[in-house]
Design a protein around this ligand. Structure first.
Ligand code: SAJ
Length: 424
Protein backbone atom coordinates (compact mmCIF):
# COMPACT_ATOMS: atom_id res chain seq x y z
CA UNK A 1 0.00 0.00 0.00
CA UNK A 2 1.29 3.46 -0.86
CA UNK A 3 2.05 5.63 2.14
CA UNK A 4 2.95 9.18 2.93
CA UNK A 5 6.40 9.18 4.52
CA UNK A 6 8.24 11.91 6.38
CA UNK A 7 12.02 11.30 6.52
CA UNK A 8 14.04 13.34 8.99
CA UNK A 9 17.72 13.71 8.03
CA UNK A 10 18.72 14.02 4.36
CA UNK A 11 22.33 12.89 4.54
CA UNK A 12 24.17 9.83 3.27
CA UNK A 13 21.35 7.51 4.32
CA UNK A 14 18.24 9.68 4.53
CA UNK A 15 18.44 11.15 1.03
CA UNK A 16 18.99 7.84 -0.84
CA UNK A 17 16.21 6.26 1.25
CA UNK A 18 13.88 9.19 0.53
CA UNK A 19 14.37 8.98 -3.24
CA UNK A 20 13.97 5.18 -3.19
CA UNK A 21 10.60 5.41 -1.45
CA UNK A 22 9.54 8.33 -3.68
CA UNK A 23 10.44 6.42 -6.83
CA UNK A 24 8.49 3.39 -5.60
CA UNK A 25 5.19 5.20 -5.41
CA UNK A 26 5.23 6.67 -1.90
CA UNK A 27 4.67 10.37 -1.28
CA UNK A 28 7.80 11.44 0.59
CA UNK A 29 8.54 14.61 2.53
CA UNK A 30 12.24 14.99 3.36
CA UNK A 31 13.32 17.15 6.30
CA UNK A 32 16.72 18.55 7.17
CA UNK A 33 17.63 21.24 9.67
CA UNK A 34 20.30 22.52 7.29
CA UNK A 35 18.58 25.08 5.07
CA UNK A 36 21.24 25.23 2.31
CA UNK A 37 20.97 21.42 2.01
CA UNK A 38 17.19 21.62 1.63
CA UNK A 39 17.55 24.34 -0.98
CA UNK A 40 20.06 22.32 -2.97
CA UNK A 41 17.95 19.17 -2.94
CA UNK A 42 14.83 21.02 -4.04
CA UNK A 43 16.91 22.40 -6.96
CA UNK A 44 17.98 18.83 -7.78
CA UNK A 45 21.55 19.57 -6.72
CA UNK A 46 23.55 17.05 -4.72
CA UNK A 47 25.27 17.87 -1.44
CA UNK A 48 26.78 14.38 -1.23
CA UNK A 49 28.38 12.05 -3.78
CA UNK A 50 26.76 8.66 -4.35
CA UNK A 51 26.64 6.56 -7.50
CA UNK A 52 23.28 6.95 -9.24
CA UNK A 53 21.90 9.48 -6.75
CA UNK A 54 21.51 12.32 -9.26
CA UNK A 55 19.24 10.31 -11.55
CA UNK A 56 17.12 9.06 -8.64
CA UNK A 57 16.83 12.59 -7.23
CA UNK A 58 15.86 14.08 -10.61
CA UNK A 59 13.12 11.47 -10.97
CA UNK A 60 11.80 11.96 -7.43
CA UNK A 61 11.62 15.76 -7.67
CA UNK A 62 10.30 15.85 -11.26
CA UNK A 63 7.49 13.42 -10.43
CA UNK A 64 6.50 15.50 -7.41
CA UNK A 65 6.81 12.43 -5.18
CA UNK A 66 9.60 14.05 -3.10
CA UNK A 67 9.21 17.39 -1.43
CA UNK A 68 11.70 18.85 1.05
CA UNK A 69 11.72 21.45 3.79
CA UNK A 70 13.23 22.24 7.16
CA UNK A 71 10.13 21.16 9.10
CA UNK A 72 8.28 17.84 9.40
CA UNK A 73 4.68 17.40 8.34
CA UNK A 74 1.92 14.87 8.95
CA UNK A 75 2.46 11.45 7.39
CA UNK A 76 1.60 7.77 7.77
CA UNK A 77 5.21 6.87 8.48
CA UNK A 78 8.08 8.80 10.05
CA UNK A 79 11.67 7.67 9.42
CA UNK A 80 14.55 9.07 11.47
CA UNK A 81 17.90 9.00 9.69
CA UNK A 82 20.00 11.52 11.60
CA UNK A 83 23.61 11.18 12.79
CA UNK A 84 24.55 9.41 16.02
CA UNK A 85 28.19 10.43 16.50
CA UNK A 86 30.43 10.08 19.52
CA UNK A 87 31.62 12.91 21.75
CA UNK A 88 35.28 13.64 22.46
CA UNK A 89 35.08 11.31 25.47
CA UNK A 90 33.92 8.50 23.10
CA UNK A 91 30.44 8.29 24.57
CA UNK A 92 27.40 8.44 22.31
CA UNK A 93 25.92 11.80 21.36
CA UNK A 94 22.22 11.01 20.97
CA UNK A 95 21.05 14.62 20.82
CA UNK A 96 20.29 14.48 17.06
CA UNK A 97 18.15 11.38 17.65
CA UNK A 98 16.39 13.02 20.59
CA UNK A 99 15.67 16.24 18.73
CA UNK A 100 14.51 14.39 15.58
CA UNK A 101 12.06 12.37 17.68
CA UNK A 102 10.94 15.55 19.45
CA UNK A 103 10.48 17.35 16.12
CA UNK A 104 8.02 14.79 14.74
CA UNK A 105 5.96 14.42 17.94
CA UNK A 106 3.56 17.33 17.12
CA UNK A 107 2.75 15.73 13.73
CA UNK A 108 2.34 12.11 14.81
CA UNK A 109 -1.23 10.73 14.80
CA UNK A 110 -3.05 7.54 15.71
CA UNK A 111 -2.19 4.71 13.32
CA UNK A 112 1.27 6.07 12.42
CA UNK A 113 4.55 4.17 12.35
CA UNK A 114 7.88 5.62 13.53
CA UNK A 115 11.07 3.94 12.30
CA UNK A 116 14.57 4.72 13.58
CA UNK A 117 17.19 3.97 10.89
CA UNK A 118 20.24 5.56 12.51
CA UNK A 119 22.77 3.22 14.11
CA UNK A 120 22.42 3.58 17.87
CA UNK A 121 23.52 2.08 21.19
CA UNK A 122 21.24 -0.75 22.35
CA UNK A 123 18.18 0.61 24.22
CA UNK A 124 18.00 3.93 22.36
CA UNK A 125 14.49 3.25 21.06
CA UNK A 126 13.33 2.46 24.60
CA UNK A 127 15.29 5.17 26.42
CA UNK A 128 15.27 8.09 23.95
CA UNK A 129 12.81 7.68 21.07
CA UNK A 130 9.75 6.35 22.93
CA UNK A 131 9.96 8.90 25.79
CA UNK A 132 9.96 11.71 23.17
CA UNK A 133 6.78 10.22 21.66
CA UNK A 134 4.92 9.80 24.96
CA UNK A 135 3.69 13.46 24.98
CA UNK A 136 1.62 12.65 21.86
CA UNK A 137 -0.76 10.93 24.28
CA UNK A 138 -0.94 7.96 21.92
CA UNK A 139 -0.61 4.45 23.27
CA UNK A 140 2.78 3.24 22.13
CA UNK A 141 2.56 -0.15 20.42
CA UNK A 142 -1.12 0.09 19.54
CA UNK A 143 -2.01 3.67 18.51
CA UNK A 144 1.56 4.32 17.49
CA UNK A 145 3.88 1.63 16.12
CA UNK A 146 7.63 1.99 16.59
CA UNK A 147 10.61 0.07 15.26
CA UNK A 148 14.31 0.14 14.58
CA UNK A 149 15.41 -0.90 11.12
CA UNK A 150 19.09 -0.05 10.85
CA UNK A 151 20.53 0.93 7.50
CA UNK A 152 23.31 -1.43 6.37
CA UNK A 153 24.40 0.04 3.04
CA UNK A 154 27.97 0.72 2.07
CA UNK A 155 28.83 4.18 0.65
CA UNK A 156 29.44 3.98 -3.10
CA UNK A 157 27.02 1.04 -3.53
CA UNK A 158 24.07 2.43 -1.61
CA UNK A 159 21.42 1.95 -4.31
CA UNK A 160 22.50 -1.59 -5.05
CA UNK A 161 22.64 -2.57 -1.37
CA UNK A 162 19.37 -0.84 -0.40
CA UNK A 163 17.66 -3.31 -2.71
CA UNK A 164 19.72 -6.50 -2.38
CA UNK A 165 20.83 -6.51 1.30
CA UNK A 166 18.80 -8.39 3.87
CA UNK A 167 17.25 -6.05 6.41
CA UNK A 168 16.79 -6.35 10.17
CA UNK A 169 13.35 -5.23 11.32
CA UNK A 170 13.18 -4.62 15.05
CA UNK A 171 9.68 -3.71 16.12
CA UNK A 172 8.73 -2.93 19.71
CA UNK A 173 6.01 -5.53 19.12
CA UNK A 174 4.95 -7.86 16.30
CA UNK A 175 2.54 -5.37 14.82
CA UNK A 176 5.30 -2.75 14.54
CA UNK A 177 7.62 -5.27 12.84
CA UNK A 178 4.91 -6.36 10.43
CA UNK A 179 4.07 -2.79 9.37
CA UNK A 180 7.77 -1.96 8.96
CA UNK A 181 8.43 -5.08 6.85
CA UNK A 182 5.49 -4.26 4.62
CA UNK A 183 6.87 -0.78 3.97
CA UNK A 184 10.46 -1.82 3.11
CA UNK A 185 9.12 -4.64 0.94
CA UNK A 186 8.29 -1.93 -1.62
CA UNK A 187 11.92 -1.96 -2.79
CA UNK A 188 13.95 -4.46 -0.70
CA UNK A 189 14.59 -7.72 -2.55
CA UNK A 190 16.72 -9.19 0.26
CA UNK A 191 15.12 -11.02 3.18
CA UNK A 192 13.47 -9.10 6.00
CA UNK A 193 14.34 -10.57 9.39
CA UNK A 194 11.95 -9.59 12.15
CA UNK A 195 13.13 -9.29 15.76
CA UNK A 196 12.71 -6.86 18.67
CA UNK A 197 14.07 -3.30 18.72
CA UNK A 198 16.92 -3.83 21.20
CA UNK A 199 18.18 -6.95 19.40
CA UNK A 200 18.14 -5.02 16.12
CA UNK A 201 20.15 -2.23 17.73
CA UNK A 202 22.73 -4.70 19.01
CA UNK A 203 22.90 -6.60 15.70
CA UNK A 204 23.74 -3.47 13.75
CA UNK A 205 26.44 -2.34 16.18
CA UNK A 206 27.85 -5.89 16.30
CA UNK A 207 28.22 -6.01 12.51
CA UNK A 208 30.39 -2.91 12.41
CA UNK A 209 32.30 -3.95 15.52
CA UNK A 210 33.08 -7.34 13.93
CA UNK A 211 34.67 -5.45 11.05
CA UNK A 212 36.63 -3.13 13.35
CA UNK A 213 38.04 -6.00 15.42
CA UNK A 214 38.93 -7.94 12.28
CA UNK A 215 40.69 -4.89 10.75
CA UNK A 216 42.60 -4.39 14.03
CA UNK A 217 43.77 -8.00 13.74
CA UNK A 218 44.91 -7.35 10.15
CA UNK A 219 46.74 -4.19 11.26
CA UNK A 220 48.50 -6.05 14.05
CA UNK A 221 49.52 -8.76 11.57
CA UNK A 222 50.79 -6.07 9.17
CA UNK A 223 53.07 -4.64 11.84
CA UNK A 224 54.33 -8.11 12.76
CA UNK A 225 54.94 -9.00 9.11
CA UNK A 226 57.09 -5.89 8.63
CA UNK A 227 59.47 -7.20 11.30
CA UNK A 228 60.06 -10.45 9.41
CA UNK A 229 59.97 -9.12 5.84
CA UNK A 230 56.81 -10.94 4.87
CA UNK A 231 54.21 -9.41 2.55
CA UNK A 232 51.07 -9.38 4.76
CA UNK A 233 48.76 -8.74 1.82
CA UNK A 234 49.91 -11.96 0.15
CA UNK A 235 49.78 -13.83 3.48
CA UNK A 236 46.19 -12.67 4.13
CA UNK A 237 45.21 -13.57 0.56
CA UNK A 238 46.55 -17.08 1.08
CA UNK A 239 44.98 -17.49 4.55
CA UNK A 240 41.60 -16.44 3.14
CA UNK A 241 41.59 -19.45 0.80
CA UNK A 242 40.67 -21.41 3.94
CA UNK A 243 36.88 -21.82 3.81
CA UNK A 244 36.42 -20.55 7.38
CA UNK A 245 38.91 -17.65 7.39
CA UNK A 246 38.10 -14.07 6.32
CA UNK A 247 40.83 -11.69 7.49
CA UNK A 248 40.24 -8.08 6.50
CA UNK A 249 42.80 -5.65 5.05
CA UNK A 250 45.29 -3.51 6.98
CA UNK A 251 45.62 0.21 6.26
CA UNK A 252 46.40 3.66 7.68
CA UNK A 253 43.45 3.49 10.07
CA UNK A 254 39.71 3.07 10.13
CA UNK A 255 37.49 5.98 9.18
CA UNK A 256 33.90 6.80 8.44
CA UNK A 257 30.95 7.53 10.65
CA UNK A 258 30.21 3.88 11.39
CA UNK A 259 33.07 1.46 11.95
CA UNK A 260 35.25 3.96 13.81
CA UNK A 261 32.29 5.01 15.96
CA UNK A 262 29.87 2.17 16.67
CA UNK A 263 32.23 -0.07 18.69
CA UNK A 264 32.40 2.72 21.27
CA UNK A 265 28.67 2.16 21.92
CA UNK A 266 29.55 -1.33 23.19
CA UNK A 267 32.53 -0.08 25.19
CA UNK A 268 30.24 2.49 26.83
CA UNK A 269 27.77 -0.26 27.70
CA UNK A 270 30.35 -1.97 29.91
CA UNK A 271 34.07 -1.08 29.60
CA UNK A 272 35.05 -3.98 31.87
CA UNK A 273 33.43 -6.51 29.56
CA UNK A 274 34.24 -4.91 26.20
CA UNK A 275 38.03 -5.24 26.49
CA UNK A 276 38.77 -6.77 23.07
CA UNK A 277 36.52 -4.21 21.38
CA UNK A 278 38.27 -1.36 23.17
CA UNK A 279 41.76 -2.65 22.33
CA UNK A 280 40.77 -3.04 18.67
CA UNK A 281 39.59 0.57 18.54
CA UNK A 282 42.89 1.69 20.04
CA UNK A 283 44.87 -0.50 17.62
CA UNK A 284 43.09 1.01 14.62
CA UNK A 285 43.35 4.53 16.03
CA UNK A 286 47.11 3.94 16.37
CA UNK A 287 47.59 3.27 12.65
CA UNK A 288 47.83 6.93 11.58
CA UNK A 289 50.77 7.41 13.96
CA UNK A 290 52.33 4.19 12.69
CA UNK A 291 51.95 5.38 9.08
CA UNK A 292 53.39 8.81 9.85
CA UNK A 293 56.38 7.28 11.67
CA UNK A 294 56.95 4.86 8.79
CA UNK A 295 57.13 7.88 6.47
CA UNK A 296 59.58 9.68 8.78
CA UNK A 297 61.80 6.57 9.03
CA UNK A 298 61.87 6.02 5.27
CA UNK A 299 62.58 9.71 4.63
CA UNK A 300 65.42 9.78 7.13
CA UNK A 301 67.53 7.81 4.65
CA UNK A 302 67.28 10.79 2.27
CA UNK A 303 68.78 13.22 4.79
CA UNK A 304 66.46 16.00 3.61
CA UNK A 305 65.69 18.87 5.98
CA UNK A 306 61.93 19.29 6.66
CA UNK A 307 61.13 17.13 3.67
CA UNK A 308 57.84 17.74 1.90
CA UNK A 309 55.34 14.90 1.69
CA UNK A 310 52.52 14.73 -0.84
CA UNK A 311 49.59 12.98 0.84
CA UNK A 312 47.13 11.56 -1.68
CA UNK A 313 43.68 10.76 -0.30
CA UNK A 314 41.58 12.58 2.30
CA UNK A 315 38.33 10.62 2.01
CA UNK A 316 37.99 7.79 4.54
CA UNK A 317 38.00 5.23 1.74
CA UNK A 318 38.31 4.89 -2.02
CA UNK A 319 36.09 6.61 -4.59
CA UNK A 320 33.87 8.52 -2.16
CA UNK A 321 33.81 12.17 -1.06
CA UNK A 322 33.29 11.58 2.67
CA UNK A 323 35.99 12.78 5.08
CA UNK A 324 34.21 11.95 8.34
CA UNK A 325 36.59 10.35 10.85
CA UNK A 326 39.09 9.96 8.01
CA UNK A 327 42.41 8.54 9.23
CA UNK A 328 44.13 10.80 6.67
CA UNK A 329 43.49 13.81 8.92
CA UNK A 330 45.24 12.09 11.78
CA UNK A 331 48.12 10.93 9.58
CA UNK A 332 48.64 14.51 8.38
CA UNK A 333 48.57 15.88 11.92
CA UNK A 334 51.07 13.28 13.07
CA UNK A 335 53.34 14.01 10.10
CA UNK A 336 53.25 17.72 10.82
CA UNK A 337 54.03 17.12 14.49
CA UNK A 338 56.99 14.99 13.43
CA UNK A 339 58.40 17.92 11.43
CA UNK A 340 57.31 17.01 7.90
CA UNK A 341 55.90 19.57 5.49
CA UNK A 342 52.64 18.22 4.08
CA UNK A 343 50.56 19.01 1.03
CA UNK A 344 47.36 16.99 0.64
CA UNK A 345 45.25 16.28 -2.43
CA UNK A 346 42.01 14.41 -3.02
CA UNK A 347 40.13 14.66 -6.31
CA UNK A 348 36.84 13.72 -4.59
CA UNK A 349 37.01 16.45 -1.92
CA UNK A 350 36.19 19.53 -3.93
CA UNK A 351 36.46 22.15 -1.19
CA UNK A 352 39.51 22.81 0.92
CA UNK A 353 38.55 21.51 4.36
CA UNK A 354 42.01 21.67 5.87
CA UNK A 355 44.84 24.19 5.58
CA UNK A 356 47.30 21.86 3.89
CA UNK A 357 44.90 20.79 1.18
CA UNK A 358 45.24 21.78 -2.46
CA UNK A 359 42.91 21.19 -5.40
CA UNK A 360 45.93 20.87 -7.68
CA UNK A 361 47.73 17.53 -7.86
CA UNK A 362 50.87 19.01 -9.42
CA UNK A 363 51.10 21.55 -6.61
CA UNK A 364 50.86 18.78 -4.02
CA UNK A 365 53.63 16.81 -5.74
CA UNK A 366 55.95 19.72 -6.53
CA UNK A 367 59.33 19.32 -4.78
CA UNK A 368 58.00 16.54 -2.54
CA UNK A 369 60.40 13.90 -1.32
CA UNK A 370 57.71 11.29 -0.81
CA UNK A 371 54.23 10.57 -2.07
CA UNK A 372 52.03 8.75 0.47
CA UNK A 373 48.84 7.07 -0.75
CA UNK A 374 46.21 6.88 2.00
CA UNK A 375 43.03 6.26 0.00
CA UNK A 376 42.51 3.75 -2.81
CA UNK A 377 40.83 6.09 -5.30
CA UNK A 378 40.85 4.65 -8.83
CA UNK A 379 42.42 7.86 -10.12
CA UNK A 380 45.51 7.24 -7.96
CA UNK A 381 45.92 3.76 -9.44
CA UNK A 382 46.04 5.36 -12.87
CA UNK A 383 48.75 7.93 -12.04
CA UNK A 384 51.73 8.00 -14.38
CA UNK A 385 54.77 7.51 -12.11
CA UNK A 386 57.13 9.10 -14.65
CA UNK A 387 55.11 12.34 -14.63
CA UNK A 388 54.78 12.25 -10.85
CA UNK A 389 58.53 11.68 -10.44
CA UNK A 390 59.36 14.63 -12.72
CA UNK A 391 57.64 16.99 -10.29
CA UNK A 392 59.22 15.56 -7.16
CA UNK A 393 62.53 16.20 -5.45
CA UNK A 394 63.08 12.58 -4.37
CA UNK A 395 61.29 9.50 -5.61
CA UNK A 396 59.82 7.67 -2.64
CA UNK A 397 56.35 6.07 -2.73
CA UNK A 398 54.58 4.84 0.40
CA UNK A 399 51.37 2.96 -0.33
CA UNK A 400 49.29 2.39 2.82
CA UNK A 401 46.46 0.69 0.90
CA UNK A 402 48.42 -1.66 -1.38
CA UNK A 403 46.58 -0.21 -4.35
CA UNK A 404 49.44 0.88 -6.60
CA UNK A 405 51.25 -1.16 -9.26
CA UNK A 406 54.54 -1.21 -7.41
CA UNK A 407 56.60 -2.63 -10.29
CA UNK A 408 55.50 0.18 -12.58
CA UNK A 409 56.57 2.80 -10.04
CA UNK A 410 59.90 1.06 -9.40
CA UNK A 411 60.56 0.95 -13.13
CA UNK A 412 60.03 4.73 -13.12
CA UNK A 413 62.83 5.06 -10.55
CA UNK A 414 60.78 5.11 -7.34
CA UNK A 415 61.78 3.46 -4.11
CA UNK A 416 58.55 1.93 -2.84
CA UNK A 417 57.18 0.72 0.48
CA UNK A 418 53.78 -0.87 0.96
CA UNK A 419 52.39 -0.81 4.53
CA UNK A 420 52.62 -4.37 5.83
CA UNK A 421 55.21 -5.30 3.26
CA UNK A 422 58.72 -4.07 3.94
CA UNK A 423 60.13 -6.23 1.14
CA UNK A 424 61.67 -4.22 -1.70
N1 SAJ B 1 38.90 -0.70 6.17
C1 SAJ B 1 40.12 -1.29 6.40
N2 SAJ B 1 40.28 -2.61 6.09
C2 SAJ B 1 39.26 -3.34 5.55
C3 SAJ B 1 38.03 -2.73 5.32
C4 SAJ B 1 37.86 -1.40 5.64
O1 SAJ B 1 41.06 -0.66 6.89
O2 SAJ B 1 39.48 -4.53 5.29
C5 SAJ B 1 38.70 0.71 6.52
C6 SAJ B 1 38.31 1.59 5.33
O3 SAJ B 1 39.42 2.04 4.64
C7 SAJ B 1 37.54 2.70 6.01
C8 SAJ B 1 36.88 2.00 7.19
O4 SAJ B 1 37.59 0.79 7.38
O5 SAJ B 1 38.41 3.69 6.50
C9 SAJ B 1 35.42 1.69 7.05
O6 SAJ B 1 35.12 1.28 5.75
P1 SAJ B 1 34.14 0.09 5.37
O7 SAJ B 1 34.13 -0.03 3.90
O8 SAJ B 1 34.50 -1.14 6.09
O9 SAJ B 1 32.75 0.49 5.98
P2 SAJ B 1 31.79 1.77 5.91
O10 SAJ B 1 32.02 2.58 7.15
O11 SAJ B 1 31.84 2.48 4.62
O12 SAJ B 1 30.36 1.02 5.99
C10 SAJ B 1 30.07 0.14 7.07
C11 SAJ B 1 29.45 -1.13 6.52
N3 SAJ B 1 29.37 -2.15 7.54
C12 SAJ B 1 29.80 -3.42 7.34
O13 SAJ B 1 30.33 -3.78 6.31
C13 SAJ B 1 29.60 -4.38 8.46
C14 SAJ B 1 28.07 -0.82 5.96
O14 SAJ B 1 27.39 -2.01 5.55
C15 SAJ B 1 27.22 -0.10 7.02
O15 SAJ B 1 25.95 0.25 6.52
C16 SAJ B 1 27.94 1.18 7.39
O16 SAJ B 1 29.21 0.81 7.97
C17 SAJ B 1 27.10 1.95 8.38
O17 SAJ B 1 26.47 2.94 7.97
O18 SAJ B 1 27.00 1.53 9.54
Amino acid sequence: MKKSICIVGLGYIGLPTAVMFANHGHQVHGVDVNEPVVKKISNKELHIEENGLQAYLDEAIDSGMLTVSTTPQKADVFILAVPSPIKSDKTANLEYIRSAAKSIAPFVEKGNLVILESTVPPKTVQDIVIPELVPTGLEIGTDLLVSHSPERVIPGKVFEELVTNDRIIGGINEESSRATSELYRSFVKGQLHETDDTTAELVKVMENTYRDVNIAFANELAKLAETIDVDIWEAIRLANFHPRVNIHQPGPGVGGHCIAVDPWFLVELNPELAKLIHLSRKTNDGMPEYTAQLTVDLLSALNAEHPKVAVLGLAFKGNIDDMRESPSLDVIQQMTEKGLTVSAYDPHIKTNNIDLQTQNLDEALKDASAVVILTSHNSFKQLDPAKVGDLMKDKLLIDAKNCIDRTKWEQAGFRTHVLGNSKN
